[in-house]
Design a protein around this ligand. Sequence first.
Ligand code: GLY
Ligand code: MN
Ligand code: MN
Length: 443
Amino acid sequence: MHLPDPAPLYADHLRTLTARADTALTRAGRDHLVIPSGRLHYQVFDDRDYPFAVNPHFKHWLPLTRVPDSWIVYTPGKRPQLIFNQPRDYWHVVPAAPSGWWVEHFDIHIIREPEQALALLPADPARCAVLGEANSTLGGFAPDNPAAVIDHLHWHRSFKTPYEIALMRHAQVPAVRAHRAAEAAFRAGASEFEIHMTYCAAAQQDANELPYGNIIALNENGAVLHYTELDKQRPANPRSFLIDAGASAWGYAADITRTYAADGHAEFQALIAAVDAAQQQLCAQVTAGFDYRQLHLDAHLALAGILKDFDIINVSAEAALATGVSNAFFPHGIGHPIGAQVHDVAGFAQGEHGGFIERPAGQPYLRMTRVLQPGMVVTIEPGLYFIDMLLEDLRAAGQADAVNWDRVAFFKPYGGIRIEDEVLCTADQADNLTRPIFAESKE
Ligand code: GLY
Ligand code: MN
Ligand code: MN
């Protein structure tokens, strides 16, 4: 797989961002866009800092994720400024001197103390739109996140530039390499904790860099949607493995899920294969003009059809959706926007002025309700789970007859199945960012 070089794409990316900022500032009646990278957060009554999570607006402009107390200032018509904090500090490794494809596009001012930024920020904070979190406040520069600016920038962040798409393609590579290593560890009988360590080693990323906490679930644990426990005991009888784990590239996320059956579990393997085939069909629907809400409902129908084929339910797919039976087995959304944040912004936005597009009735966990357009990247992550709590709710709702409980009992020890890829919407066919990297890694 030829991975695109982000460097020659950056100038266009920056042009797009400055054009968006020009419009956003005009709408808000402000003169400057000011973006703090963020400050460290400390644990209560302690001097231990939490892992630094850079302001996503900051990493949208610059491929820098480990630079607390730095600032971007953009004034329409002027070159963007970077106030770059490189502290005098012998306790920690300080950020390296600025280097890379972006340097020539910025005026860079090195500071040694956070407060030195005040002399370099615009004179009047009231003329600035300051984007960030409250603890970034420095002097009069308190993030105020004007709605007119945020709504405009978040809406447009849905449309990834070729540069961002390049970064996202890069993010797939360590993630897929690590997924392969994790599968091998599972087949060798490793514990969840050992698989997690194998994953991190193969990705060359740990919790500070991964875009979210790894979900490494063996057997029944696959039924916990966000299972992050990492049991240290090796399983006596490994049957199934659900892994939802990603990687980052310059702060951009990959978010990938696969499910595996141990040898000798042919029926569960067949169920995985059916979900995998449905997932690929759904990925192919990521086309311009397609409503993501419909994609979610189509996923329900496809998954309920699989439940029927496997004799797990005995009602039609349509009836399962209408009565809430499919919700008990597929109790999350089909996916979400992804980019600089793993759950990226503006999934519900009506337009560049904000607004909220409601979810379909009875679907409280869907994270995106927009019509797909070229440049959007979304995850497609259908799943089927055997979750006691939800199955009990089904019984309580008088739907017990729709379910073949002996089949549920058969599949429960496997936990669940989820398959997740990133898909880019183009003017043409869906462009799956994840699958080609898996296909290549087989060779
Ligand atoms: N890994 C979290 C998600 O799939 O949304
Ligand atoms: Mn995921
Ligand atoms: Mn996801």
